[in-house]
Design a protein around this ligand. Structure first.
Ligand SMILES: Nc1nc2c(ncn2[C@@H]2O[C@H](COP(=O)(O)OP(=O)(O)OP(=O)(O)O)[C@@H](O)[C@H]2O)c(=O)[nH]1
Ligand SMILES: [Mg+2]
Length: 473
C-alpha cells in the first residue's frame, strides 16, 4: 500500500474532442460514472477520478476537455520567450478570460500542476496536421507522456502512420481499447507508464501491486458469496400442513413456487453483489440470445446446456416452473429426487414406492391415499442444482470481469458466446468434482463442523477458477 508521504501519481488524459478520453479514464479508474458521449465536446471541465483501494487513493486520472484551438496554442508556445517552467502557468493566465481558449486552458492546467500526460487518439481515422500540432504542444510542456491508440472501430489501416508519428513525440506508445481492455491490459498499460519517467517507476509499481491485491481480494469475496449462495440454495427446506381433504396438488405447486423464487432471488442477489465488487453500476447488458444466463434458472434448456444427464431430466422437469401446470405426475417424480418429501405418516409408504423404476412414472404414488400431515420441500438431494448454480455464477463473473468500465453500449463484453460452452464444471477434474460432492453431502447431513471445512475447500476452488477466468478474460 502507498505510504502516506508519497505523492499520489496523477495523469491527465488529453487529446482531440470525441476520441475516447473519458472512456479511457472510465476504464482506467474503473469508474462507470464518467460521462462518455458520442457528441464531441461532452467534457468541458477537468474532473479528477481517484482510484481508491481500501479507502486510500493510489493513483488519480484527470479527465479533460479536448483541444479547442491547438494551432493558436502552439503558435503562442513557440513564440514564448520566458522561463520554460512558467510557460503553462503564463499561458493560462493570459488566456483564462478568452472563451475561444477555454478548453485549452482547462486541459493544460493539470499539466501545469505536475500531472503526467496520457494522450488519446482514435487510431481508426487518418492522422491530420491538427494532431501534429497537439502532439507538439504536449512535447513543449515537457511533462512525461505516453500515447494511447484507442481504435473506436476495427479499422487498423492507419495504425502504422500513428505509430510512426508517435515515436517522434512520446516516451511510450500503447494500443489500448477503452471498450475492450481487460484487467491484464490495464496492468500492462500501467507498466508502460513506469517507463515514461524514472521517478515514476517505484510509485507506479506500488500502484500495480495495490491493484493486483485488490483484484485478488475481489475474487476471494466473490468466491465466498458464491459458496454462501450455493449453501443456502441447497440447504433450503420448507413445509406446510397438509391435512386430509386439503388440495395437495395446489399446496405442492405453492411450495414449489416459493422454493424456485427463493433460489432465483438468492442467485440474482449474489450476482449483483459480485457486480458491485467489480464496481459495475451501469451493467445492464443484453446478453447474447443464446446465453445461458438469459434463460430462467430452472428452464430445461439451462440444464441441458450445462450438461444435464438423461436420468436427471425428469427432475429438471419437476423443477421447472412450466412443470407445475403439468400436474401430479411430474411433480410426484420430483419427490423421488428430493424436491418434495412428504413427512409424517407417509415416509414409510413413500419410501417403499420410490424403489424401482416405477418411481419415474410416479404412477404408483398417484393413486395412493396417504394420510400425510405435512408436505416438505427441500433440501435438494440432486447435486445437479449445485453445478448449474456454480456454472451460471462463473459465467456471470466472466461477463463482469471482462467488461471494461468505459463501455456504454449494452452488448455483451465477450466476443465468444459463452452459451456455447457446456459450462465450466463439466470439464473439471475428478478431484475438483469431489470437492463439490463433499460440500453437497455435508449440507445434506446438516453437520456444521464438516460444513465449515468443505465450504472453505469449495471457496478456494472457486477462487482459483475465478483467477483463471480473469487471466484469460
Ligand atoms: N466502439 C467504441 N467506441 C468508443 C471507444 N472509445 C470511445 N468510444 C465512443 O466514442 C464516443 C466518444 O467517447 P468519449 O470518451 O466521450 O470521448 P472524449 O474524448 O472524452 O470526448 P469529449 O469529452 O467530447 O472531448 C462515445 O460515444 C464512446 O462510447 C472504443 O474504444 N470503441
Ligand atoms: Mg470527454
Amino acid at each position: 500500500m502507498m505510504p502516506n508521504n508519497v505523492p499520489v501519481p496523477e495523469f491527465a488524459i488529453v487529446g482531440h474532442p470525441n476520441e475516447g478520453k473519458s472512456s479511457v479514464v472510465s476504464t482506467l479508474s474503473e469508474d462507470d460514472s464518467v460521462r462518455v458521449s458520442p457528441v464531441p465536446g461532452e467534457t468541458t471541465e477537468c474532473r479528477i477520478f481517484p482510484v481508491l483501494i481500501d479507502g486510500r487513493e493510489v493513483i488519480r486520472f484527470i479527465d479533460t476537455p479536448g483541444f479547442q484551438n491547438p494551432r493558436k496554442t502552439l503558435a503562442w508556445m513557440r513564440a514564448y520567450q520566458g522561463d520554460d517552467r512558467e510557460m503553462l502557468a503564463e499561458f493560462i493566465r493570459i488566456h483564462s478570460k478568452d472563451p475561444a481558449m477555454h478548453d485549452d486552458c482547462a486541459l493544460l492546467a493539470p499539466l501545469s500542476s505536475g500531472a503526467g500526460i496520457i494522450f488519446v487518439v482514435d487510431g481508426s481515422r487518418p492522422l491530420r496536421n491538427m494532431d501534429r500540432a497537439e502532439m507538439e504542444i504536449l512535447r513543449l510542456t515537457g511533462r512525461p507522456r505516453m500515447a494511447i491508440i484507442n481504435c473506436k472501430d476495427e479499422n487498423s489501416s492507419f495504425l502504422a502512420d500513428w505509430q510512426n508519428e508517435f515515436r517522434k513525440h512520446f516516451n511510450s506508445i500503447r494500443l489500448f481499447n477503452s471498450n475492450r481492455a481487460t484487467y491484464s491490459q490495464r496492468i500492462a498499460l500501467l507498466n508502460s507508464l513506469k517507463a515514461i519517467d524514472q521517478d515514476l517507476e517505484g510509485v507506479i509499481e506500488t500502484v500495480i501491486q495495490a491493484f493486483s491485491a485488490d483484484w485478488e481480494n475481489r475474487r476471494r469475496q466473490s468466491a465466498t458469496l458464491i459458496t454462501a449462495m450455493l449453501a443456502e440454495s441447497l440447504r433450503y427446506r420448507a413445509s406446510a400442513d397438509c391435512p386430509p381433504g386439503k388440495d395437495e396438488t395446489q399446496l405442492k405447486a405453492q411450495l414449489h413456487r416459493e422454493y424456485t423464487q427463493f433460489v432465483t432471488k438468492l442467485e440474482r442477489t449474489a450476482h449483483q453483489q459480485i457486480r458491485r465488487l467489480f464496481k459495475h453500476n451501469l451493467f445492464k447488458v443484453q446478453l447474447p440470445e443464446q446465453s445461458i444466463l438469459q434463460e430462467d434458472l430452472f428452464a430445461a434448456k439451462t440444464w441441458q446446456f450445462l450438461g444435464l444427464r438423461d436420468e436427471d431430466l425428469i427432475w429438471a422437469a419437476a423443477m421447472s416452473g412450466a412443470a407445475v401446470g403439468v400436474g401430479l405426475d411430474v411433480m410426484t417424480a420430483g419427490i423421488s429426487f428430493g424436491v418434495f418429501a412428504a413427512i409424517g405418516g407417509v415416509i414409510g409408504a413413500a419410501g417403499a414406492a420410490f424403489k424401482g423404476k416405477e418411481l419415474l412414472s410416479g404412477s404408483r404414488l398417484l393413486g395412493m391415499k396417504l394420510d400425510k400431515q405435512q408436505l416438505q420441500v427441500g433440501p435438494v438431494t440432486n447435486i445437479q442444482l449445485l453445478y448449474i448454480l456454480l456454472d451460471r455464477a462463473l459465467l456471470y463473473c466472466r461477463q463482469i470481469i471482462s467488461r471494461a468500465h468505459g463501455r456504454r453500449d449494452s452488448t455483451s463484453a465477450l466476443l465468444v458466446d459463452e452459451g456455447e460452452k457446456q459450462g465450466y464444471a463439466s470439464s473439471w477434474t475428478t478431484e475438483e468434482r469431489k470437492i463439490c460432492d463433499r460440500f453437497f453431502r455435508a449440507l445434506q447431513k446438516e453437520d456444521a463442523p464438516a460444513q465449515e471445512l468443505v465450504e472453505k475447500e469449495l471457496t478456494e476452488l472457486i477462487r482459483e477458477k475465478l483467477r483463471k477466468i480473469a487471466e484469460h478474460a
